[in-house]
Design a binder for this molecule. Structure first.
Ligand SMILES: [Zn+2]
Length: 97
């Protein structure tokens, strides 16, 4: 196994990590919602780039998921009501003869 001949000095080590410094704040503003964004990047607040809708935002995805859940719950409830009505009819039919 290769073993380093010398200890890496603090200066050498720290200069190696110089690229991990805190990056400057975004320099551009979104044309659609005027949120601060990096240039040449899709706005993560509204999902627009160059005046076009490019991607769904997290909030939109959440809203869509909620809608689907509510629709699913509603259909399940409707099915339950149907089943109950069917059972009631069957019981009525059994009691008549
Ligand atoms: Zn935006």
């Amino acid at each position: 196994m290769a073993v380093p001949k010398r200890k890496t000095s603090r200066a050498r080590r720290d200069s190696r990590h110089s690229g991990r410094a805190i990056k400057p704040a975004p320099a551009s503003v979104c044309a659609n919602c005027s949120a601060p964004i990096s240039s040449h990047q899709v706005c993560d607040q509204c999902g627009f780039y160059k005046g076009r809708k490019i991607m769904k935002t997290g909030q939109e995805k959440l809203a869509r998921r909620k809608e689907l859940q509510q629709a699913k719950a509603a259909s399940q409830q409707a099915k339950q009501h149907e089943d109950e009505a069917l059972e009631a009819k069957v019981e009525e039919g059994e009691s008549k003869p």
